[in-house]
Write a protein that binds this ligand. Structure first.
Ligand SMILES: [Zn+2]
Length: 83
């Protein structure tokens, strides 16, 4: 799970270095309010834990389903005698 913040200054999303499994975990590590530096514009802003958006990386699922689709198509072509 990746943690993202929306910069108050430039409205760009940037990732938090901090890893947390839950909101409670993040509060324990950073506190309810914390200052983060935006990677895009470099401005320090204070954020609330609720500002953090957790994004699950769909890359693995995407890769697996992509391979499955490829295999499925290959089998289909094989079955029909195109290969
Ligand atoms: Zn920014």
């Amino acid at each position: 799970m990746k943690l993202e913040l929306l910069c108050h200054s430039c409205k760009e999303k940037f990732k938090l270095k901090q890893k947390a499994s839950s909101r409670q975990d993040l509060i324990l590590k950073l506190g309810e309010y914390f200052v983060q530096r935006c990677k895009h514009c470099g401005s320090n802003s204070e954020y609330h834990v609720n500002d953090v958006k957790a994004t699950t990386s769909g890359s693995l699922i995407g890769a697996v389903s992509g391979v499955l689709v490829m295999v499925g198509i290959s089998v289909l072509f094989w079955e029909n005698g195109y290969i």
